[in-house]
Design a protein around this ligand. Structure first.
Ligand code: SAM
Length: 427
C-alpha cells in the first residue's frame, strides 16, 4: 500500500514537471513516505531526517517533506522536532501534493492532514506505475476495525470505499496499457461495498475486462471473508489461488484481547473450505508475538496454528506498543528478550515448514508471469505462479512479461527454480 502511495506521489510530481534525481544529494525535493505500524519504522523517520539536515544546510533551496502515517500521527510536531522540514502530508491527502509544494516554495512551509471523514481523491490519472506486468489499484482507504494493537485506524482514518465505476475505469485503462495482473488494495480490502455489490461482485466485474489475466487483493480481514468472496477463488478465472489472511495469533484468548472478532476455529474453517474447493490454494499470513499477556501456552497455540495451516509465507512481528491504541495501556507486558526469542522460534518452525513445502513442489508444473530477472544474474528470469510463489528460470532470450509454463526443478529456502516447458503467448 505504501509502495502504491509512493507511485501516486511520483505521478503527481511528474505532472508538476519533476523528474527523478540521481541521488538524494542532487535532489531539489525529498519526500519520505512513512509507516507507523511499528515503533521501529516510525523511529527510522527521525534518524533519516537527521541525516537529511546536512543536505539542507548545503542547499537551502532543497524542500524536504514527511508524508504517510508518521506525518498524520505527529502533525506539526514534526516541524518542531525537525525545523528543516518544509512539508507534512497525511496519507489521505496525497492528491493535494502539488498544492502543498507550491505553498511550501512560496510561503516556506505547508501542512495537510486529514480530519474525520474528509473526502479522498484518488489520483489514478497521474499515478506513476512501476514497470512490469503488475499494477496496484486502491479500492478503499482507511479501516473501521478496532484491533487493540493497531494504529492504522488513527492514521488512515475511517473507511472510504471507492466507486466501482471509477475502479473499473482505472483497471480498463491499465489493461489497455498492458498491465495484466491487477492487485486490488485496501487496509480492509474484503470489506469493500457499494450498495448490494461486495468484493465478489467487483472481482467478477474486473474478470470481464479484456486483457486482465490475473487478479489479487490485499489485505483481507478473516471476519469479512464471506462465502461469496471465497467462491470467487473457485469460480472466477482471473482470481489467483493465493490469499493473504492475517491471523495475528492462534490463541482465542489473545484474539479476544486483540479484538479481532473471530476465533481460531472460525479462521481454520475458512482455510479448510478454500483448501477443499480450490486446487493448489496457497495462504500467507501476519502473526504478532508477545502481545500483552501472551503466555507460553498462547504462543504454543500460534505455533500449532502454523503447523495446522502450513502457510506458504508468514510475516511475523514482535508486538510494538503504539501510543493511543487500547493495548498500549496494558500492564502485563512480555519482555523484549522473550518477544525476540519467541519470534526466532516461530521463524525457525516456518523455515522448516517452507523447506518441506518447497521440496514437495519439485517436479510439478506451474504457469508463471515473468516480471523481471534475478538480482544476481540477468540471464535468469523471475516470475510468480498464480499461487504467488517466486520461480527463477534460466532464459537465453529476454522473457519479460510473458506467461510461461515451467516445471520446478529445484527448491531453495525461499524460492524455486524451474525449467521452461513452452511459451504461452505474450501477455
Ligand atoms: N489491515 C490488516 C489487518 O489488520 O489484518 C493489516 C494491517 S498492518 C498495516 C500489517 C500488519 O502489521 C498486521 O497484520 C500486523 O500483523 C502488524 N502490526 C500491526 N500493528 C502492530 C503492532 N502494534 N505491533 C506489531 N505488529 C503490528
Amino acid at each position: 500500500m505504501n509502495v502504491h502511495d509512493s507511485e501516486k506521489m511520483a505521478g503527481i510530481l511528474g505532472a508538476h514537471g519533476y523528474v527523478p534525481a540521481e541521488s538524494a544529494a542532487s535532489a531539489d525535493l525529498i519526500l519520505l513516505n512513512t509507516c507507523s505500524v511499528r515503533e521501529k519504522a516510525a523511529a527510522k523517520v527521525f534518524n533519516r531526517l537527521g541525516a537529511l539536515r546536512r543536505l539542507k544546510d548545503r542547499n537551502p533551496d532543497l524542500l524536504i517533506g514527511v508524508c504517510g502515517c508518521v506525518a498524520q500521527q505527529e502533525g506539526d510536531a514534526i516541524f518542531r522536532r525537525a525545523p528543516w522540514v518544509d512539508l507534512v502530508m497525511g496519507p489521505r491527502n496525497i492528491a493535494q501534493l502539488g498544492l502543498l509544494l507550491r505553498q511550501a516554495r512560496l510561503e516556506g512551509r505547508s501542512i495537510s492532514l486529514a480530519r474525520g471523514d474528509d473526502p479522498i481523491v484518488f489520483p489514478s490519472e497521474t499515478t506513476a506505475r512501476a514497470p512490469g506486468p503488475r499494477a496496484f489499484v486502491t479500492i478503499m482507504e482507511g479501516c473501521n476495525k478496532t484491533c487493540t494493537f493497531c494504529i492504522v485506524p488513527y492514521t488512515r482514518g475511517r473507511e472510504v470505499h471507492r466507486l466501482s465505476a471509477e475502479i473499473v475505469r482505472e483497471v480498463r485503462d491499465l489493461a489497455a496499457r498492458g498491465f495484466c495482473e491487477i492487485e486490488l488494495l485496501g487496509q480492509n480490502v474484503n470489506a469493500w461495498r457499494e450498495g448490494e455489490d461486495d468484493l465478489a461482485s467487483l472481482l467478477r466485474m474486473i474478470d470481464r475486462i479484456p486483457g486482465v489475466l490475473r487478479t489479487r487483493f490485499t489485505t483481507s480481514h478473516p471476519g469479512h471473508l464471506s462465502l461469496r468472496i471465497m467462491q470467487t477463488f473457485r469460480d472466477v478465472p482471473t482470481v489467483c489461488n493465493h490469499l493473504h489472511l492475517p491471523a495475528q495469533s492462534g490463541s482465542d484468548r489473545i484474539l479476544r484481547a486483540m479484538r479481532r472478532g473471530y476465533t481460531r476455529g472460525k479462521y481454520l474453517s475458512k482455510i479448510d473450505y478454500l483448501r477443499r474447493e480450490v486446487p493448489g490454494m496457497a495462504f500467507s499470513t501476519d502473526l504478532i508475538v508477545g502481545f500483552p499477556g501472551e503466555t507460553e501456552e498462547d504462543f504454543q497455540a500460534t505455533l500449532d496454528l502454523m503447523r495446522a495451516v502450513r502457510f506458504d509465507q508468514v510475516y511475523a512481528f514482535t508486538y510494538s506498543r503504539r501510543p493511543g491504541t487500547p493495548a498500549a495501556a496494558a500492564i502485563e507486558r512480555v519482555s523484549e528478550a522473550e518477544k525476540s526469542a519467541r519470534l526466532q522460534r516461530l521463524l525457525s518452525i516456518q523455515d522448516e515448514i517452507l523447506g518441506e513445502r518447497n521440496a514437495g513442489l519439485v517436479g510439478r508444473t506451474f504457469e508463471i508471469l515473468v516480471d523481471g530477472h534475478s538480482r544476481l544474474d540477468a540471464r535468469v528470469a523471475k516470475g510468480r505462479t498464480r499461487c504467488n510463489r517466486i520461480v527463477h528460470v534460466p532464459a537465453e532470450a529476454p522473457l519479460r512479461h510473458r506467461l510461461l509454463d515451467v516445471r520446478i526443478s529445484r527448491a531453495h529456502a525461499h524460492s524455486l527454480t524451474g525449467e521452461p516447458l513452452g511459451r504461452a503467448p505474450a501477455a
